[in-house]
Each structure stands twice: as structure tokens, then as C-alpha cells.
Design a protein around this ligand. Structure first.
Ligand code: FUC
Length: 819
């Protein structure tokens, strides 16, 4: 095929740019320098890159989703089975420190504590003579998933556009110069891997071969291959041993293909060379314009489903870093909308069907030994990554996590059996690409048996949002296996006589009374998780009309689980004993799992627990690590307190270093734990959604927690449990003016509205009474009664709401307008 004339390429590129939407760009007036957290992330779920936008030496820092240290391995500790009765006895007798010591000796893994997600390397472009420049600009356009850098030097304007193609699986960069023949630069790879080779294989191709690290006794066996190919328009191309040299070109397209030998957590027999070459050949056959067009179309297929307008202000005209600097002191609602959509962007880029789930850093990591190995911490972080998936209409992107859960439900059977003599499956608080389930880090953190239980709720939630019963049937064994583990593992508490998980911890927190040990039995979060695992398995069995007697067993056991307690500080107790410290500001507030993501604490059904949960939140305080603040936005939304939720958004959208002892946000809008952890981004996107729309408590609650800062606005495309899509939601002066809902599976839509509504043409709307006949929600599964040891809390006063039932038919759309 003849290459397109330059002018035509520029025109096509401009045409593509015209599709970008105002307000959906991160942009800056300076390059990243050496700071990774200034660089802009692109990704296609398999490849990730950080684009630095530096002028004289541009860097693309490269990741591939399966480049992990180690190889297939297990880390279960069979000694656990012998030690379990003794550890339990020590806990029940109050010898927590000794229990922890024994657990460290006998239960904790003696093998790998989890492997590391590792970078591939860097691609560097060096432009001699470009050290001084003017008119610098760089952006990440999240309406098109394309990054752009431009500057002027020697009277010539240079532009680079970079994207990680979703359909074509390669990273693409196009460089152009306003004056023909001005592009002169060289291209080289670098990599931190000990075993790597870089060489030019022709004048247009450079390769990087490597193998990942050995780690904690597990041999590194992931082989990766990177191939960079250059296509020229004008000028010449030559190669040294390890670099490519472009001279006098007018435009250049660089394609980067990376692949590994990874087939699955059990199988590394793939051919990285063939894979990388195949992707490259296919992409090479296409022009830059057609690669760009196909990429934007594939990306917008996901991204365009949700639109959010919270209003604008003069601040929106400033570069992103300046807006971030002043956000907490100004009115900049459009930055919230940008940050919200950035969360969706990051999920689209780091989690694609067939790929690995977003890890602690999504798919972006430049360190060989990253913080917490950049793996999967499943006592909150991994779950949080997927909170936005269903509700922000990216349901398909939940798939990598759902697959991980399925795989853990297979590997975790061995863990349950070998370590605890139990049936079913389980996981502790971490996993990695090899789907390890054993306890890691130390007993303080690792002796937690609810990782599998919590993750098993993700397939259930996918069902609640989609109403897809054949999917539910396919994942029922995952739910049943998680429940079966607890059937075998729960023990009767010798003094309280409830069934409890032991040993347990309330993730990563220790009560003062336990002399620094976190070990306990029947922690509130564990009770809530087991309650959910049993309840969803019971519901699934009913829906699928199977396993009636197993469901009866679960019902009987559920009624013997420890209930939630309100303690002497009017708090929701974190532990079975009333030993909470109201001055404890620990980042984990795990016992509020029951408020969010679960629905066990409700203003309408359990008003005292709801009031206690609020006290707990107030006692724990606002500022914390990034992900903790992200969780708190969701909790305050569930508290129906939009202004408090907004305060947490202000804390989160604060440059790192300003919040005393807390996280915040980096220049590139990555969440700062610190360090960078992507969960905070996803947690905030989820929380903002929960402020606008909730689907729990048996209803779709519209504008449950609208802050004063957003009196008017609109959102479209959000999804709810029960299979509904909010086609349009408009509000003005905090009143819903219009609501258009599409029913995905039919059934009754119970709406909770902040103001009175009237039905649009042909819509039948009745004030709600009685039960919701087609409810997907857990209304029937009332939690066990509160045992209030010290206090009786007065329920909080709630704003008046209007409840309506709307009988719907599958596929039809319904309009309501303000009365
Ligand atoms: C948990 C949290 C930490 C961090 C780590 C990855 O251990 O307690 O804050 O987020 O995961």
C-alpha cells in the first residue's frame, strides 16, 4: 500500500482530534522530568506505558500484564492443620501474643510471600539539539485514550501522539514535524532485568528479550519479548547494534509489541517471539490513521457509556496540576468529573477481558521490587479496584477479576484441605499471578481467612447487576465452595456460643487490649463476610432451584453467627469484645464492610446500627491513606451525607504532602497511598457514583448524597442492581427534574426519590407499599439482631424521600419528570 501523503495524514489526525471532548483532558505546561508520577499512563489491558513527554529524551516506560517474577508455585503450609486447635485455644483463653507467635511458626507460609509484577523496560528517544524549546504542551485526552506532546524548537513544531491500541495490541507513537525533513533522533531500549538482551535485528527493528526474576525461592520463568519497529515518511533509517537512528524524516510511526510465554497460572509454554511478531505484523499492515481510528472506536465503546456533568467554573481553564493545587480551596466541579472519568479510563486501560486484573498499580509499575510487590491485596485493595466496574457501565471489564476468583476457587481447595482439613476453598489476604492462597507477610496481617469469601461476592454482584441466570449457574460452584469452607471452618465460641471464624483479624488492626497482636476470633468484618457468603449462596440456590438441603444448613448456621454490636463509645464494635479505642485512626475500618460494599447496615432497616456506623466513621477521622479516603467517600455516601463525602473528595484531590500524615493525589492524578496505589482512584470513582445513585436496601435511590457543591447537573449511563440503566438523570437545585430508566431484565423498579415525581407518557407509577416482588436485593435477608451492650442509639433523622414502584418490561425505557 502506498503511504498517505503527509498533508492527508495531518488532516486525518485533526479529524480524529475533533472527536475529543472538552473537559476530559489532563494537561500540563511542563514535561515530567524524572518523576514517574508526573508521566501519563496509557494502556490496553495487556500493555501499559507511562509517557514522560520529555523533550530532548523522551521515555516510554513499558509494562506487560504477565511480566511477573517466579513461576507456577504453591505456598500452603501443611503444619497449619496440627497447630490450628492450639492457636484457637490460645485465642479463646486470651493469650493473643502467644497465638500470634505460634501462627507465625506453624501457619504462615514457609515459601513464597507472593511474587512481583515487574516492568519490561524503557524505550528512549533521543533528539539531539532539542534541549531548548518553547510552546511546550502535553496532555492525556481521556475521551480518546491518546496522549500528546508538542513543542517548538529551531522554528519547527514537533508533535508526538501515543496510544496503547485496544484492538491491535501494540503501543503506537506518531511523531510529526511542521517542517518536512526535520525529525532526527535515535531509539534505544533499556531494562533493569538481570537477564536481558537488546539488539537491532534490521535497520527498522529493535528487540528486547528478557526473563523475570527469581524471588523467594521461586525461579523466574516468564520470558518476554519486545519488538519496536519504525515506519518512516521521508528521511532515512539505520541501526547500530542496539539502537535505531532516524535522520531527516517528516513523520515517523513507532510500533511497540510485547508478549510473553504466559498461558495461565499453571502454564508457561507460550511462544513470546511468535506472539510479539504476530501482533506487530498485523499492526504494521495498517496506517497510523487507521490504527488510531480503530483504537478510539474500541475505547469509546466503553468510555462513552457514562457522561457526567457537575457544572463548571473558571478553574477549568487552568492546567491540571494547578487545578489540583487549588482544588480544596476553590469551586472546580469539572475537576471532580475529570477525576471520576479518569477512574473509568484507568479501568479500561488496565483491565480487559482475557487479561490479568488490575493489580495494586493497575498495570503501571517501573520498579523491579515494587511496593507490596504490586500484587493483589485481597483484604480491600483488589476488591476496591473493581467497585466502579458494574455501576459505571464497564461490566465486561470485571471479567479479569472474575476469572481470578474462579482460579483461586480452584487453587484454594488445596489450601482449605491441606492447611485446615476443610472442604470448599479459601484464600488469605494476598494473591499473585500464580494464584497463591497461603498466608503471607506475618501472622499479624496474613492470618485472615476471608479473602476468598469477600472475592466470592464479586461474581454474585455481577449477577445482581446483570440478572444473567446462566452466568449465576456457571459461578454457583464458586459461591458454594466459599460457603462450604466456612461450614467446615466455623467454630463455636466457648463463651459467647456464636459460630465464629478463628483465628481471625480485623484487617491489619490490633486492639490495644491484645498487646499488639491482631489475632482474635469472630471479628465483625469476618462475621459480615460469612453472613454475605451464606446469604448469597442461599439466594443463588433458590434462584437456580437446587441444593435445598445445603441452603437449609447455611440458614441454620447463619442464624448462629455473631451479630453486630454497638459498643460503649456508641460505635459499631470492630471486635466481639467492646475494646475499640475512639482515638484509633487506623486506615482500615473493616467492620464497616457491612455498610459498604455490603448492605447489612441500613438507615431504613437497621437505624441503630446505622447511627453507630456513623459514630465509628467520625471517631476514625477523615484524612488517611488514599484508598482509605476512597472507601470513606463510599461510606459517607451510604450515610446519605453528601457534604461529608465531598469533604473526603477534597482531601483526596489534594497534592501529596499537604494532608498531614495522609495520602492525596499525584500530578498525573494517580492516587497517593503514598506510594502510588490505584485503588484510591477506583474507590473515588465508585464513591462519586454512590453519591449520585445507590442500589441497595431494595430500591434504586436517586441522588442519595448530593453535596451542596453540585446543586445542578446530569449523569447518564450508570447501572444499578436489578439490571437497570439510568439513561438520563438531570437535577436542578438538588431536585430531580428528569429521570429516564431502561429496564435490562424487566421486573419491578422500586425508586427512592428526593422529590415527588410524575410519570411520563405511558408510564405507570405507584407509591410503593409492601415488598418488591422482583427485587434483586438482600431485603429479605435481615441480619441477625443487634446486641447493644452499652448503648441504645437514637436513629438519625433522615430526609424525606418518595418511594415509587414502577413495573417494567425487559428492554423498555421509562421517563419520570418532577411533579
Ligand atoms: C494493605 C494496606 C496497606 C496497603 C497494602 C497494599 O496491606 O493496609 O495500606 O494498601 O495493602
Amino acid at each position: 500500500m502506498k503511504p498517505l501523503p503527509f498533508i492527508c495524514m495531518v488532516w486525518l489526525s485533526t479529524l480524529a482530534f475533533s472527536q475529543s471532548r472538552p473537559g476530559l483532558k489532563l494537561w500540563y505546561r511542563q514535561p515530567s522530568g524524572e518523576t514517574w508520577e508526573n508521566a501519563l499512563p496509557i494502556g490496553n489491558g495487556r500493555l501499559g506505558a507511562m509517557v514522560y513527554g520529555n523533550v530532548a529524551t523522551e521515555t516510554l516506560q513499558l509494562n506487560e500484564h504477565t511480566v511477573w517474577s517466579g513461576s507456577p508455585n504453591r505456598n500452603d503450609n501443611p503444619d497449619a492443620r496440627t497447630a490450628l486447635p492450639d492457636v484457637r485455644k490460645l485465642i479463646f483463653e486470651g493469650h493473643y501474643k502467644e497465638a500470634e507467635k505460634l501462627a507465625n511458626q506453624m501457619i504462615l507460609t514457609k515459601k513464597s510471600h507472593g511474587q512481583m509484577f515487574q516492568p519490561v523496560g524503557n524505550l528512549r528517544l533521543r533528539f539531539p539539539g532539542h534541549e531548548t524549546y518553547t510552546d511546550y504542551y502535553r496532555e492525556l485526552d481521556i475521551s480518546r485514550a491518546v496522549s500528546k506532546t508538542s513543542y517548538k524548537t529551531g522554528g519547527v513544531t514537533y508533535t508526538r501522539e501515543t496510544f496503547a491500541s485496544l484492538p491491535d495490541r501494540v503501543i503506537v507513537m506518531q511523531l510529526t514535524a511542521s517542517k518536512p525533513g526535520s525529525l532526527t533522533f535515535n531509539v534505544a531500549y533499556s531494562s533493569q532485568h538481570r537477564n536481558h538482551t537488546i539488539r537491532s535485528t534490521s535497520s527498522r527493528e529493535l528487540t528486547l528479550d528478557g526473563i523475570t526474576s527469581d524471588h523467594e525461592g521461586v525461579k523466574g520463568m516468564v520470558r518476554f519479548k519486545g519488538i519496536t519497529r519504525i515506519k518512516l515518511n521521508g528521511g532515512s533509517l539505520s541501526a547500530t547494534d542496539s539502537s535505531l537512528v532516524v535522520k531527516g524524516a517528516t513523520s515517523v510511526t513507532i510500533l511497540v509489541s510485547i508478549a510473553t510465554n504466559f498461558n495461565s497460572y499453571q502454564d508457561l509454554s507460550g511462544d513470546e517471539n511468535k506472539r510479539a511478531a504476530d501482533y506487530l505484523e498485523q499492526a504494521s499492515a495498517k496506517s497510523f490513521a487507521s490504527l488510531l481510528k480503530a483504537h478510539i472506536a474500541a475505547y469509546q465503546h466503553y468510555f462513552d457509556r457514562v457522561k457526567l456533568d457537575l457544572g463548571t467554573s473558571a478553574a477549568a481553564r487552568l492546567p491540571t496540576d494547578e487545578r489540583l493545587n487549588s482544588f480544596r480551596n476553590t469551586h472546580d466541579p469539572e475537576l471532580v468529573a475529570l477525576y471520576y472519568q479518569y477512574g473509568r479510563y484507568l479501568l479500561i486501560c488496565s483491565s480487559q477481558p482475557g487479561g490479568q486484573p488490575a493489580n495494586l498499580q493497575g498495570i503501571w509499575n517501573h520498579r523491579m521490587n515494587p511496593p507490596w510487590d504490586s500484587k493483589y491485596t485481597i483484604n480491600i485493595n483488589t476488591e476496591m479496584n473493581y467497585w466502579p466496574a458494574e455501576k459505571t457501565n464497564l461490566s465486561e471489564l470485571h471479567e479479569p477479576l472474575l476469572k481470578l476468583v474462579k482460579e483461586l476457587s480452584q487453587t484454594g481447595q488445596e489450601t482449605a484441605r491441606v492447611m485446615y482439613g476443610a472442604r470448599g476453598w479459601m484464600a488469605h489476604h494476598n494473591t499473585d499471578i500464580w494464584r497463591i492462597n497461603g498466608p503471607v507477610d506475618g501472622a499479624f496481617w496474613g492470618i485472615w481467612n476471608a479473602g476468598g469469601g469477600w472475592l466470592s461476592q464479586h461474581p454474585w454482584e455481577h449477577y445482581l447487576y446483570t440478572g444473567d441466570t446462566s452466568y449465576l449457574a456457571s459461578v454457583y460452584p464458586i459461591l458454594k465452595g466459599a460457603a462450604t469452607f466456612y461450614v467446615d471452618f466455623l467454630v463455636e465460641h466457648p463463651s459467647y456460643h456464636w459460630l465464629v471464624v478463628a483465628p481471625a483479624n480485623s484487617p491489619e488492626n490490633a486492639p490495644k487490649a491484645h498487646e499488639g497482636s491482631s489475632l482474635d476470633a469472630g471479628t465483625t468484618m469476618d462475621n459480615q463476610i460469612v453472613f454475605d457468603v451464606f446469604s448469597s449462596t442461599i439466594r443463588a440456590a433458590e434462584i437456580l432451584k437446587k441444593d435445598a438441603s445445603f441452603a437449609d444448613t447455611l440458614k441454620r448456621m447463619r442464624s448462629r453467627l455473631a451479630p453486630m454490636h454497638i459498643g460503649k463509645h456508641n460505635q459499631l464494635q470492630e471486635w466481639l469484645d467492646d475494646i475499640d479505642d475512639p482515638a484509633d485512626h487506623h486506615r482500615h475500618v473493616s467492620h464497616l464492610y457491612g455498610l459498604y460494599p455490603s448492605n447489612q447496615i441500613s438507615p431504613y432497616r437497621t437505624p441503630e446500627l446505622f447511627a453507630a456506623a456513623r459514630n465509628t466513621l467520625l471517631q476514625r477521622g477523615d484524612v488517611s491513606t488514599g484508598w482509605s479516603m476512597g472507601w470513606k467517600i463510599n461510606w459517607w455516601a451510604k450515610m446519605l451525607d453528601g457534604n461529608h463525602a465531598y469533604r473526603l473528595i477534597q482531601n483526596q484531590l489534594t497534592p501529596l504532602g499537604v494532608n498531614p500524615d495522609g495520602g492525596g493525589t499525584y500530578t498525573n492524578l494517580f492516587d497517593a497511598h503514598p506510594p502510588f496505589q490505584i485503588d484510591g482512584n477506583f474507590g473515588c470513582t465508585s464513591g462519586i457514583t454512590e453519591m449520585l445513585l445507590q442500589s441497595s436496601d431494595g430500591s434504586v435511590h436517586v441522588l442519595p448524597a448530593l453535596p451542596d457543591a453540585w446543586p445542578s447537573g446530569s449523569v447518564s449511563g450508570l447501572r444499578t442492581r436489578g439490571g437497570f440503566e439510568i439513561v438520563q438523570l438531570q437535577w436542578n437545585n438538588a431536585r430531580v427534574t428528569k429521570l429516564v430508566v431502561k429496564s435490562g431484565v424487566g421486573g419491578n423498579l422500586r425508586l427512592r426519590m428526593p422529590n415527588e415525581m410524575k410519570p411520563g407518557k405511558g408510564v405507570q407509577l405507584v407509591a410503593a407499599t409492601g415488598k418488591n416482588p422482583n427485587s434483586f436485593f438482600l431485603t429479605e435477608d435481615t441480619p441477625a439482631p443487634v446486641v447493644s451492650t452499652q448503648a441504645t442509639l437514637t436513629p438519625l433523622e433522615l430526609k424525606e424521600t418518595w418511594l415509587y414502584d414502577l413495573p417494567t418490561r425487559k428492554g423498555e425505557t421509562y421517563t419520570l419528570i418532577a411533579k
